[in-house]
Design a protein around this ligand. Structure first.
Ligand code: SF4
Length: 333
């Protein structure tokens, strides 16, 4: 059965406990269709409820400014575990654990894992409850299983789009990683962070497959972007205005580095960094993105100019070698 646990009872209890009268609901795409149903539950309790209709891609993006402007006294954030410490508005995190069964997809991953003996196991918040079952299935198939836990994220084995610290912490010990979850996004992150064979067990499509070819394709694209950016005379340094994406000090360092290499750098701040936004600045030759590192990573062709991460810019400026960046992994964490 497919579905997510919205923890309605906990939401009601927290509203009562905190005496909240005005609640902002924030959900990623995919969960939003359930928002009106949650509003009805909350309003039966006597609290006004407002749905944030803006896109929400992670717990880096708590809608604090919107909540403050509306006089909200509680934010209910769905679909992600706590990430950014903000204490301006009380916030509860409803992690929306998935109820989909993973058994068939994990079974299908076993022949692909074939020759690999030691397997690193990872997943997103939604499927953390299934790690125990997956581990047992792998052990029964004769594998040794390692689940990384280096303490940066809320749970062992957890990965998020920009933080692979748990898998990186065990990468040297494993032969391959098995990622349990839907889509290629997080598994690609594992492969690009660790350079290890990475296999997806996707419980939504009940299939398993290797992500290695896709990761190699992305690395070629990233190298092409780095090469193209070498010719840039003007650099746009992108600063994200979302609470967990604002890295202004790093942006200032990038501007300084650009100056050292006789490039002109402009600082730009934006909430959503999308291709259309950057089209307004035709005189800028390349961008360095200090906000969400996934913005251009997998689909550089959507942007008309190269959009690099800070580490990639360091390679462009010959401050770091490409080989060393690959060894370290494409993500900071
Ligand atoms: S910065 Fe990007 S990848 Fe990281 S949590 Fe936010 S949206 Fe996800």
């Amino acid at each position: 059965m497919k579905g997510f646990d919205f923890e309605e009872e906990r939401i009601k209890q927290e509203i009562t406990r905190l005496g909240a009268t005005r609640v902002l609901l924030q959900m990623p795409e995919g969960l939003k269709p359930d928002a009106p149903r949650i509003v009805e539950i909350i309003e039966k309790q006597g609290a006004l409820s407002i749905i944030s209709a803006d896109p929400c891609y992670g717990a880096c993006d708590i809608a604090v400014n919107e909540a403050q402007s509306l006089g909200v006294d509680l934010i209910v954030h769905f679909g992600h575990a706590k990430l950014v410490l903000q204490e301006k508005i009380p916030t509860i995190y409803i992690e929306a654990r998935a109820t989909v069964a993973v058994k068939e997809a994990v079974e299908k991953s076993l022949p692909i894992l074939g020759k690999y003996k030691i397997i690193g196991l990872a997943t997103t918040t939604q499927h953390l409850d299934t790690l125990k079952q997956t581990r047992a299935m792998l052990v029964k198939a004769g594998k040794t299983v390692i689940v990384g836990n280096c303490g940066q994220l809320s749970y062992p084995g957890q990965v998020i789009g920009c933080n692979y610290s748990n898998v990186k912490s065990v990468a040297d010990e494993v032969d391959a990683f098995l990622f349990v979850g839907g889509g290629m996004f997080h598994a690609l992150g594992i492969a690009l962070s660790t350079s290890k064979p990475t296999i997806i067990a996707d419980p939504y499509d009940n299939r398993a497959f290797s992500i290695n070819d896709e990761a190699q394709k992305i690395l070629k694209q990233r190298w092409a972007c780095i090469q193209e950016a070498r010719n840039a005379k003007t650099i746009g340094v992108l600063v994200g205005s979302k609470p967990g994406q604002k890295h202004f000090e790093q942006a200032l360092s990038v501007k300084e580095l650009a100056k050292k290499h006789e490039k002109t750098a402009y600082l730009l701040i934006a909430k959503e960094i999308v291709p259309e936004t950057l089209l307004e600045f035709p005189s800028i030759d390349a961008y360095v993105n200090t906000a969400c590192p996934r913005i251009s990573l997998e689909a550089p062709q959507k942007f008309s100019k190269p959009v690099l991460t800070i580490d990639e810019f360091m390679v462009t400026m010959d401050e770091v070698s490409w080989e060393n960046l690959l060894k370290k992994g494409l993500f900071e964490n």
